[in-house]
Write a protein that binds this ligand. Structure first.
Ligand SMILES: NC(=O)c1ccc[n+]([C@@H]2O[C@H](COP(=O)([O-])OP(=O)(O)OC[C@H]3O[C@@H](n4cnc5c(N)ncnc54)[C@H](OP(=O)(O)O)[C@@H]3O)[C@@H](O)[C@H]2O)c1
Length: 276
């Protein structure tokens, strides 16, 4: 636990968001989910990334309560699912998420995908939740530059976080540059490309040079690019392994080598095909 990464990123409104957290997508077995999150919290994780569609907000809440940690020490994210988008629907979906989590506010609430026709209204509702101090940070997920530009026309408060698929096979440089220019922090989802890259020799060789695994090298690559990173694992050894990334530094040359793995290749859905 000595080298768990505890860095934070200051968001546009001054909130400090942990740069490292636990993703809980596909944690479907309730008992295993509570155990994995409990284990992570006991070992220094402070940020949990869930969503209504993951159907594990209740288990996330249970693990939070069992941890005994003060609410203010935690950073909890959830997302409004596509079928609940629109202004009133989003307000209702948020209330349901909050109830399932057993919390009275969320740190970050995101539009899960930019549903054509409704994502701007969804974000308006997220702005209202922010005004009412029910969330500390308003954000979005899976927004391309053109979605962010569309929101910029109507939003009073720009999203402060955009959570997108991002890993060495999909480095998203233009979107990262746009977000940097507009003060939007970027969170990488599927940061390990769902395990696809873990036997890549570029990564394993860099790992060997530092006494680290390929997964740790990838996580460190995200952090050194100033990205927020939320790897998912239900496996205790991996939960620990992924967090032990505070005690080494990739060289500029190693960073460039990893950047060179980019193939603009998604493991998940292209946001432009969602809801069409
Ligand atoms: N906003 C969105 O639309 C969106 C979409 C997808 C994901 N997300 C978020 O991003 C999080 C992470 O993405 P993800 O779950 O898709 O993929 P990921 O974190 O890239 O990869 C998870 C997979 O890698 C394995 N793994 C984790 N650490 C490992 C290690 N050290 N060594 C070997 N294998 C390891 C896990 O296995 P085990 O669990 O079996 O250990 C799991 O199969 C999600 O949980 C979710 O919170 C958001």
């Amino acid at each position: 636990m000595s080298s768990i990464y505890t860095g934070t990123k200051q968001l546009k409104n001054g909130v400090e968001m942990p740069r490292f957290g636990l993703g809980v997508y596909k944690m479907t077995d309730p008992e295993q989910t509570v155990e994995a999150i409990t284990y992570a919290l006991r070992n220094g994780y402070r940020a949990i990334d869930t969503a209504a569609i993951y159907e594990n907000e209740a288990e996330t809440g249970e693990a939070i309560r069992m941890s005994g940690l003060d609410r203010s020490e935690l950073f909890i994210t959830s997302k409004v699912w596509n079928t609940d988008q629109g202004y009133d629907q989003t307000l209702r979906a948020f209330e349901t998420s909050l109830k399932k989590l057993g919390l009275d506010y969320l740190d970050l609430y995101l539009t899960h995908w930019p549903m054509p026709g409704t994502f701007a209204d969804t974000y308006r509702a997220i702005e209202r939740l922010y005004d009412e101090k029910l969330i500390r940070v308003p954000g979005v997920s899976n927004h391309h530059i053109h979605h962010l530009e569309e929101l910029a026309v109507t939003a009073n408060v720009a999203p402060m976080v955009n959570q997108v698929e991002l890993h060495p096979l999909l480095t998203q440089v233009p979107l990262r540059d746009y977000c940097l220019d507009h003060g939007i922090a970027v969170t990488s989802w599927s940061p390990l490309a769902r395990g696809q890259l873990l036997d890549n020799t570029v990564l394993t060789e860099i790992g060997e040079a530092h006494g680290k695994t390929a997964a740790q090298v990838i996580i460190r690559w995200h952090l050194q690019h100033d990205l927020i990173v939320i790897p998912k694992s239900v496996t205790p050894e991996r939960i620990l392994e992924n967090s032990q990334v505070g005690d080494f530094q990739l060289t500029d040359e190693e960073m460039v080598k990893i950047d060179g793995l980019n193939r603009n290749e998604r493991t998940g859905t292209d946001p432009d095909t969602i809801g069409r």
